[in-house]
Structure formats: structure tokens, C-alpha cells
Design a protein around this ligand. Structure first.
Ligand SMILES: C[S@@+](CC[C@H](N)C(=O)[O-])C[C@H]1O[C@@H](n2cnc3c(N)ncnc32)[C@H](O)[C@@H]1O
Ligand code: SF4
Ligand code: SF4
Length: 448
């Protein structure tokens, strides 16, 4: 565990999680995926965390609390209490610290939106990053979705990638997707494939939709380990066949795990035999139900072997192999580019694309579900996009904020920290990238 000896008065803490009143004015609750159970806080503690907004210095937070509670005993009493609270939260990885404020960065409208249109799913994959299941009552209504589609088009969004849960489970899916198409935006759909009949494949073709189907095993014995008792493999294959028969260019997406790592060559071969067009390897993120199955994470040396394998497959298959994380660095050479500390993180979340959750929250991507996000129910998407505290915080991150392996890695100028999802899932947003096999590689190269 991180041991915090000194919190610096000049630093800017950020508490990214929600704070809810418990019903009693003096009692607040906060929770996230890193807490074994919700934490109860009194009003003063909640006030401190609310002020930890990434743009207020620690010394100013203490000053504000003293103004709010003039009879609480002054600086000698208040400062140690604030420091103790922040120390405890920091040790639990619940507060992010930077030496600079998270000032808004100029940003354009997003090109693409990942729209998780429902959290309902007909499957219960063990690894599901969003923990999809029966669905939520407070999901956006049909009329709100149609209104939102108009707003996104007017704002300049070019593509909507529908996901979920299982998007095809939503009875009004085609009403919403057709509206999106009519408005001139491209339609993509991420689906588990099991609900795709020839009619649905035809309907999707009318939308000119790009379809990605999740297939995490080449045969039932492997696929079904991830979906115990659900006997979904055959339906998934039939769904892919229906799409291909209709003329779709299908992408197969496979989440890499210890369950299927040895099966990857077979999944690629099956993808080709089925007539799909592209294969995409998806790094496993231990979040949602995946958090309960951390043992599915593949050791980094083996991830590198699979990336090398797929890299080598290019040219040997007619399939398109989607770009692989850290593929550029496979040769282990040292990166020639100079480091510019102000380079933004590589992630396009909150800049090129955003995610809308089933209940209307706007996030960078679904891996960050659980943070205190702003919602399209209470403001326009445009307002949320420009003003959201979380999105602005994320946009302001720079390579100079990174610690650990990344801060000394020669590839940092080119990779800019890569995807932070696994780090976030493990509570260490700024640390060395926990899904990266490269730093080990470059350290070896330096010794040669
Ligand atoms: C949550 S699913 C929703 C769409 C659809 N139901 C499906 O399974 O494709 C969206 C994407 O997240 C991927 N996914 C699920 N769990 C994941 C995890 N733990 N780590 C990384 N990706 C994950 C799926 O493979 C899929 O590509
Ligand atoms: S990964 Fe997709 S298919 Fe599996 S439970 Fe989650 S939403 Fe459903
Ligand atoms: S260690 Fe960090 S900077 Fe280096 S390649 Fe990996 S993610 Fe990129």
C-alpha cells in the first residue's frame, strides 16, 4: 500500500467519486469499486472531499473549511483533521494528486459516441466490465434517446457506436438507431451476437451498420466457461453467420484472458472460416464482474507473445487484424522521439470520443463507470461535454503526471501512457501502466 508521509499544501487533490446524502443531513455516503463497502462521512468530511476538485490547492481547501466552520477551533484543529482525512483516502487510492490545477483545455465536439443504450443483457459473462444483468429502471426513455440523437447530430458528432449491456435487447433499439442514421451519423453496434436472426441482420444492413460480435472461444467448452450454463455459443455463431450471409463486414472482438489465451489461434481461424472481415484483441480490464475474476488476467510476458503472434499473422491471413496495444514497440528498440512533458495522455476519451451510460451519465469510456459524472438528464450534452468536472480533469492530464515505469520509459514520448483503464481499475491512475509489457522489454534492450 502507498504510505503517504507528506501531503503538500501546494498540490491539487481530486476526489472523483460521488457523494450522496444518506437521508440524514449530517451523514453522507461514498462508494466505488475499490471500497469493500460504502464509506459513511460526516458533513465536514464530505465538504473537504467536495472541495477536492482538482483545481483547488490543499492550502485553499483548508482555508475554505475554516471559513465554513469558524467555531471549530481554527487552523490548529482543522488542518490536522483535513490532512488525516485526505491521507486515509489517498492511502486507499481514492484521491488523485497533481502539482498543477486541472484547468479546462479547449476541446472540439467528439467525433464518436459510445452509447451504452441499456445495461440489460441476455447473457451474464463472468468478465463483463459493466456487470450487465437485468437492466435498470432509470435508463433513458425512448423519447429522451431520440432527443439526444438530435442533439448529438447538431453538435457535430459523426458516429454512434451502440453498446450495452446487449443493445439488441432494447425493444426500441431500431427506432433509435434509425433516427441516428436519418440524422446522417454512422452506426456501429457491439453485440454478443446471440440475438441476431436473418431479419435482424437485414435490418442492421439497412442501417449500413458496422457490427462487432464478441466471441471469446472457438468452441463451446471455452466460450461457455465465460458464460456458465448459458449455452450461447451456437447462437453466437449463428448470429455471425446471419450477418455474413447478409453481406456485413463483421469484426470479431475477443477479450484476452487466461481462459482463452491458448485458443486465440483457433478463434482467429474460426473468424476467417466464418467469413468475418476483422479480428480485434481486447485487453482484459478487471472491472465490473471482471473485478471478481482477476485471475483471468494474462501475465504480461504472455500478452506480448500473443501480440507478436497476431502481428506476424498480418499478411498471412485475409483478415484485418485491428491495431494491437504496444504493437509499435515489438522490436524492443529504444524510441527516438524527444519527450515533451506537456504532451496529453494518448487516450482519446473526453476528446475524440465520449461514452453515454444507460442512465445518461457522460464518461470518457465505460471503464470509468463509478466516477461522479455529469448527466444529460439535467443539462444538454454540449454543456456536459464542455463543463463536466471529470471530463475536464481527464483532458488536462499530461505525460508529466505519470509515475512508475512509464515516467522512465523511453517509449513514453510515443505511447503517452497508453490506455489507463487497468490502472484505474486497480486504483493507480498515474502509476506505471499495469497492462504494459514494454518497459521490461526496453530495460532489457538498454542492457544489450
Ligand atoms: C460490455 S460489452 C457490451 C456489448 C455486447 N453485449 C458484447 O458483449 O459485445 C462491450 C465490449 O466490452 C468488452 N468487455 C467485456 N468485459 C470486458 C473486460 N472485463 N475487459 C475488457 N473488455 C470487456 C466486450 O467484449 C465488448 O467488446
Ligand atoms: S460482455 Fe456483453 S454479452 Fe457479456 S454480459 Fe456484458 S454486456 Fe452481456
Ligand atoms: S511503460 Fe508506460 S510509457 Fe512505456 S510503453 Fe508501457 S505504457 Fe508506454
Amino acid at each position: 500500500m502507498l504510505i503517504i508521509n507528506n501531503l503538500n499544501d501546494n498540490d491539487f487533490p481530486y476526489f472523483p467519486y460521488p457523494l450522496q446524502e444518506s437521508g440524514n443531513e449530517e451523514d453522507y455516503i461514498t462508494t466505488n469499486h475499490l471500497m469493500a463497502r460504502p464509506i459513511r462521512l460526516n458533513r465536514q468530511a464530505a465538504e473537504v472531499l467536495r472541495l477536492a476538485d482538482g483545481v483547488t490547492q490543499l492550502s485553499d481547501i483548508i482555508g475554505h473549511i475554516m471559513e465554513l466552520y469558524p467555531d471549530a477551533g481554527g487552523s490548529e484543529v482543522i488542518k490536522p483533521r483535513v490532512m488525516e482525512l485526505l491521507r486515509i483516502f489517498t492511502e486507499r487510492e481514492l484521491i488523485w494528486w497533481r502539482g498543477v490545477p486541472a484547468l479546462p483545455v479547449p476541446v472540439q465536439p467528439p467525433q464518436s459516441i459510445f452509447w451504452e443504450i441499456t445495461s440489460a443483457c441476455n447473457l451474464r459473462c463472468l468478465h463483463c466490465v459493466v456487470g450487465a444483468g437485468p437492466g435498470l429502471e432509470e435508463e433513458l426513455s425512448t423519447s429522451k434517446c431520440l432527443e439526444l440523437a438530435e442533439e448529438l447530430a447538431a453538435f457535430g458528432v459523426k458516429n454512434i457506436a451502440f453498446s450495452g449491456g446487449e443493445p439488441l435487447l432494447r425493444p426500441d433499439f431500431f427506432t433509435i438507431a434509425e433516427k441516428v442514421r436519418e440524422l446522417g451519423m454512422g452506426v456501429q453496434v457491439a453485440t454478443n451476437g446471440t440475438l441476431i436472426t436473418p431479419q435482424i441482420a437485414h435490418h442492421l444492413m439497412n442501417l449500413d451498420a458496422d457490427v462487432q460480435v464478441s466471441l471469446d472461444g472457438s468452441r463451446p467448452e471455452i466460450y461457455d466457461i465465460l458464460r456458465p450454463g448459458q449455452k450461447a455459443f451456437t447462437k453466437c455463431i449463428e448470429g455471425i453467420q446471419a450477418l455474413v450471409a447478409e453481406g456485413h463486414q463483421v469484426t470479431i472482438g475477443t477479450v484476452l484472458s487466461t481462459i482463452n489465451i491458448k485458443d486465440i489461434p483457433e478463434i482467429v481461424a474460426l473468424t476467417e472460416r466464418l467469413g468475418a472481415t476483422a479480428f480485434r484483441l481486447i485487453p482484459f480490464v478487471p472491472k465490473g464482474r471482471g473485478q471478481l475474476h482477476k485471475d483471468m488476467e494474462v501475465p504480461l510476458a504472455q500478452v506480448k507473445e500473443i501480440v507478436q503472434y497476431l502481428h506476424d499473422m498480418r499478411g498471412r491471413t485475409r483478415l484485418q487484424i485491428s491495431p494491437l496495444e504496444f504493437e509499435d514497440m515489438l522490436d524492443g528498440c529504444l524510441c527516438p522521439d524527444p519527450l515533451v512533458p506537456e504532451t496529453p495522455l494518448k487516450c482519446g476519451g473526453a476528446v475524440e470520443y465520449g461514452t453515454i451510460t444507460p442512465t445518461g451519465e457522460v464518461l470518457t469510456c465505460h471503464f470509468f463507470e463509478g466516477v461522479r459524472a455529469d448527466n444529460v438528464r439535467s443539462a444538454s450534452f454540449r454543456d456536459v461535454w464542455y463543463r463536466s468536472r471529470f471530463l475536464n480533469y481527464f483532458r488536462s492530464l499530461r505525460v508529466s503526471d505519470l509515475h512508475g515505469n512509464c515516467s522512465t520509459c523511453t517509449w513514453l514520448p510515443r505511447c503517452a501512457g497508453s490506455c489507463r483503464a487497468v490502472n484505474y481499475a486497480k486504483g493507480d491512475l498515474f502509476g506505471g501502466n499495469k497492462s504494459c509489457w514494454v518497459s521490461q522489454n526496453t530495460a532489457e534492450a538498454r542492457l544489450k
